[in-house]
Design a protein around this ligand. Structure first.
Ligand code: SF4
Length: 318
């Protein structure tokens, strides 16, 4: 995950629970992808690294266990860069220019982002995966084209130099479609998110500002919970079935106001966030704790990465 800073409710209900579950089944490697972030944040590296620390605090507070999983920073393990360079020698440019997100982002952000490094993003991403001979990668549907490359590239390597890398398979993870507070796609850039670490008062204020059923202008107007984002959030935050039914009926009969309904939601979200916020604060209050975790992760990651890179170099003949 790129070091984007504090994570939000979309992560809390999306990628993170899957990551936490995977720890029971697999040996997992979770990487702060700071080299990837350099493609867009090359002018603000100090704040990017602070964001990485905040993000790792969120991961651990949400249940990633650095004793069971390897949690590390990409740039700390130089083998990522070296393997990406070697893979770059055998990846045709046409494979990279056809990746849909490349054209989309260059169109959106302009030539500033159209660097050699950005074009090669999927090559570095492939190195991140195959450097650990990963068999599985948890991805969302939007990342499937990247993963396809992460299979084609080792296939080509193995064809040229002999079987070294397995082709990683996707673990397609179902994630709830949590909209932003205003009903649009949830995105920090829209300012429609709630951070995992957000303080209770701010959580309350944001929930009270959420968009509801647009047809419900006045208290006496019957509502349509199926068109209301607040109602959807009650479900995502695991309101008991009876309570959902009760809100549904009361809303349709105009027997509950949106203010009451949102107050209940704010309390529900806060109950979920409070223990996570406390755990992350304990981590951050201990000076150097996250850096220690990353240093330990670096050691474990490097042990594997070094061996696999040596094997790749031997296969190439360098
Ligand atoms: Fe939405 Fe609740 Fe208002 Fe109904 S009462 S419109 S579910 S916020």
């Amino acid at each position: 995950m790129r070091p984007t800073g504090r994570l939000h409710l979309g992560h809390l209900l999306g990628a993170l629970p899957n990551w936490v579950r995977l720890q029971d089944e697999y040996e997992c490697f979770y990487c702060v992808a700071d080299l990837h972030a350099l493609t867009t944040r090359f002018d603000n590296v100090e704040s990017m690294q602070r964001d990485g620390i905040e993000m790792v605090a969120d991961w651990i507070a949400a249940g990633i266990d650095p004793e069971r999983s390897v949690v590390f920073r990409q740039s700390d393990v130089k083998e990522h860069s070296e393997l990406a360079l070697l893979l770059g020698m055998l990846v045709p440019i046409s494979w990279l220019t056809r990746v849909p997100s490349y054209k989309e982002l260059v169109g959106e952000l302009g030539d500033r982002i159209a660097t050699y490094g950005f074009l090669g993003y999927p090559v570095l991403q492939t190195a991140d995966i195959i450097l650990y001979k990963a068999s599985r990668v948890p991805v969302g549907e939007d990342q499937l084209s990247h993963l396809e490359l992460a299979r084609e590239i080792p296939r080509r390597f193995n064809g040229l130099y002999g079987e070294v890398f397995p082709e990683p398979q996707a673990i397609l993870t179902e994630t709830p479609r949590l909209a932003g507070l205003d009903g649009r796609k949830m995105s920090k850039s829209y300012g429609n998110t709630i951070d995992i670490a957000e303080d209770p008062e701010s959580v309350r204020k944001k929930v009270m500002s959420m968009f509801t059923d647009p047809a419900r202008q006045r208290l006496k107007d019957p509502g349509h919970p199926d068109r209301c984002n607040v109602f959807a959030y009650h479900g995502f935050f695991e309101a008991p079935r009876e309570e959902l039914d009760e809100i549904d009926t009361a809303c349709r009969r105009a027997a509950i106001g949106c203010t009451d309904c949102k107050q209940r939601l704010a309390a529900r979200i806060e109950a979920r966030l409070a223990p996570i916020r406390e755990r992350r604060q304990q981590l951050l209050d201990e000076p150097g704790r996250i850096e220690e975790i990353l240093a330990a992760g670096r050691g474990k990651a490097q042990e594997v990465a070094k061996t696999v890179l040596e094997e790749a170099c031997r296969a190439i003949g360098i």
